[in-house]
Design a protein around this ligand. Structure first.
Ligand code: BMA
Length: 360
């Protein structure tokens, strides 16, 4: 009898645990929960390759339907597609990198149909000064847009535009397409108005909570997985300093670029940090942005990136855009004829890396 009682109590305990939602949003849509589960599974298989703005343009082309620098090199698409929403808040038809928002919706739909995964960043303008996301001239910006602040109403209008865009992401069956949303990134540095020296940890966390709960509870948006994405840090404590809370975050990630120095050591350290946090909190770790000067480092893909990430279960590593419109910015993905082409093929053929065909 006593044993039976213990068994019953154990079962009750297990079922309570089983009911705990996987995603931060307890009302996450079926497709969103599925995406989360898929990410968990894929993480065991390998690390997905991602590319920012893979379809809108490439190293020397713009808006040529069907083109992708990555596909032209290795014959496959990235598994993760990065999209950018900066200037959506202004009501513009094009983002800050000259990409048409209506087309982004069509591309997201198309790549979702093909089984690819979408992630969204947002270099939104500074609501207090009217400057860009990089305008760090005023330390009151974050405080000014929180409830009670002088720019709260303007920020709410920004979020309304964001919500309208997110609610237009539907698949052929009319279900919302789940996306990984990664706002207020690299906040451990001070180059964006939401950065470290521009607000207190409490203000930063409030900004996150205010934004995520507005989208979730006021706008009824339940097809997002939220990513907390720092720059490189030195410890779990540094990583967690501005963490908004387990009830808001699904993925723990960081951005790290190879601009020389001991990049491999820093990449490894940050992989260790997010892996530790992810394991403790049952979240998914990723390298949300990376890249290197591939002219100087033509074998960076295998010698640095792959070698460092191999022992980890990072969900994905996304490289930044091939900026057709800004020749001062180096291309971060390979393209036909780029000096890193051969090494990228090795990277592509390694079983650890996952491209679109590997996740279908
Ligand atoms: C930055 C640079 C900018 C770009 C922005 C948003 O890192 O690539 O040129 O406007 O990302 O995509």
């Amino acid at each position: 009898m006593k044993n039976l009682l213990i068994l019953l109590l154990l079962c009750a305990g297990l079922s309570v645990q089983a009911k705990k939602p996987l995603t931060a949003d307890p009302k996450a849509s079926k497709e969103t929960v599925k995406l989360y589960q898929r990410l968990q599974k894929l993480q065991q298989k390998g690390t997905m390759f991602g590319h920012q703005d893979d379809l809108p343009y490439g190293n020397d082309w713009y808006d040529q339907p069907g083109r992708s620098d990555v596909k032209e090199v290795c014959g496959d698409y990235p598994a993760i597609f990065g999209w950018e929403l900066g200037h959506l808040e202004l009501g513009n038809a094009y983002n800050l990198d000259s990409v048409n928002f209506e087309k982004v919706i069509v591309w997201i739909r198309e790549m979702n149909r093909k089984g690819a995964i979408q992630t969204i960043s947002w270099h939104l303008r500074n609501p207090l000064t009217g400057g860009t996301a990089w305008d760090v001239s005023n330390k009151r910006t974050v405080a000014s847009i929180l409830p009670g602040g002088p720019k709260n109403e303007l920020y709410r209008q920004y979020m309304d535009k964001l919500a309208t865009f997110l609610l237009s992401l539907k698949d052929d069956k009319g279900h919302y397409i789940p996306v990984i949303f990664r706002p207020f990134h690299e906040h451990t540095g001070s180059w964006f108005w939401w950065g470290k020296d521009l607000c207190t940890p409490e203000e930063y966390k409030s900004l996150w909570r205010y934004t995520a709960t507005y989208l979730r509870d006021t706008k009824n948006i339940h097809h997002l997985l939220y990513t907390y994405s720092t720059g490189t840090v030195n410890s779990v404590e540094d990583y967690m300093e501005r963490y908004p809370g387990d009830d808001l975050i699904d993925m723990v990630a960081f951005d790290a670029y190879d601009y020389g120095g001991n990049f491999a050591a820093s990449l490894q350290k940050n992989c260790e940090i997010v892996t530790t946090v992810a394991a403790q909190k049952n979240k998914i770790p990723a390298v949300s942005e990376t890249g290197a000067n591939l002219v100087k480092n033509p074998d960076w893909w295998t010698r640095t990136l792959l070698e460092v990430i191999r022992p980890f279960h990072m969900s994905y590593a996304l490289v930044w855009r091939n900026a057709f419109n800004n020749k001062k910015e180096i291309p971060y993905a390979p393209y036909k004829g780029s000096p890193d082409e051969q090494d990228f093929l090795k990277f592509y053929n390694d079983p650890k890396t996952l491209f679109l065909k590997d996740i279908q």
